[in-house]
Design a protein. Structure first.
Ligand code: ZN
Length: 306
């Protein structure tokens, strides 16, 4: 047995409980660590208690920890190094509550920057991690019974084989790794989105550069009763039901300026329950934008969504 995490009533006599525990088996001696203002570390997780009573989590590192991992100049294969970075990002996504995730991602970036990892590889590792973490079906669809191991896999091969067969390549020096990637058409994951209320005509309008990630944050805010969340407030004030699974991107774009502008325009012209309304556009600009038949058509369609 190693660490034990225990929640006890605030009027418990901790030292009495500890001495009782230590009398059970003479060879096992427990020590006690109490919650402080910082929180309570448990294994590699720092558990913090919010004012609403719900716990939040972040990565815990001992003060003596010095972030020394495989250096980029070490002879390990690139695949291994990639795996290490993906692993760190994945752990951050699994452990950190949304409010601490960005800081932890920045910290991981700094660590691998110091170890001379190329920025592109770290970016790639993060997007691989997110893709896996935020997609619910990625891990389930793999059938280990129909595996074909080949030295080199090509898309052509996948086409002629039965779709249930999973091809695994055992050689990382495949043809693809010697070719230059000219496909820059990465999928747009950002835009302006709408989360409808199930019980009234109103909706929440937001913008994000990563839709799945943002929905995860909204879901978390609803679950933990975040008083700053418009969704949570609407649910509590009106006693209405809101599901993030009903949300959808109503306009896709990777441009942050466009997203903010459209978000403001839509909020100004539809029934929304956003607490902090994006007031990027004034009434005059709004009027000018409404002259555009394309935009009024867009709004009309939006108001017809049920
Ligand atoms: Zn409602």
């Amino acid at each position: 047995m190693d660490d034990v995490f225990a929640v006890l009533p605030s009027d418990s006599h901790l030292n009495n409980i500890l001495s009782q525990l230590n009398q059970c088996v003479p060879s096992i001696k427990f020590t006690l660590e109490k919650e402080t203002d910082v929180g309570l570390p448990f294994l590699d997780v720092l558990v913090k208690r919010g004012s609403n009573g719900f716990p939040s989590f972040k990565i815990y590192k001992k003060a003596t920890h010095n972030d020394s991992y495989v250096h980029w100049f070490s002879p390990h294969p690139k695949k291994i190094k990639m795996g290490i970075v993906v692993g760190f990002f994945t752990r951050a996504h699994r452990i950190c509550s949304p409010q601490y995730l960005d800081d932890e991602i920045c910290r991981i970036r700094d660590v691998f920057k110091r170890l001379a990892y190329p920025k592109l590889l770290v970016d790639d590792a993060l997007s691989r991690c997110r893709k896996r973490f935020y997609s619910s079906d990625a891990a389930v669809s793999f059938n280990f019974n129909n595996v074909l191991v080949v030295p080199i896999a090509t898309q052509k091969m996948e086409k002629i084989l039965h779709p249930d067969i999973n091809i695994i390549t055992n050689n990382c020096n495949n043809i693809g790794s010697f070719l230059k990637n000219t496909n820059h058409n990465t999928v747009t994951s950002g835009g302006v989105y709408r989360i409808p209320c199930m019980d009234c005509e109103s909706a929440y309008i937001g913008e994000t550069n990563d839709f799945k990630r943002r929905m995860y944050q909204h879901e978390y805010a609803l679950r933990t009763g975040d008083i700053n969340s418009s969704l949570y407030n609407h649910r509590v004030e009106m006693n209405h039901r809101i599901r993030t699974s009903d949300a959808g991107l109503i306009m896709k774009t990777d441009s942050a300026e466009k997203r903010l502008l459209y978000e403001a325009f839509i909020i100004n012209n539809v029934d929304s329950f956003n607490i902090n309304k994006n007031n990027l556009i004034d009434r005059f600009t709004n009027k000018v934008l409404l002259q555009s038949s394309k935009l009024t058509y867009f709004l009309k369609n939006l108001n017809n969504i049920t």
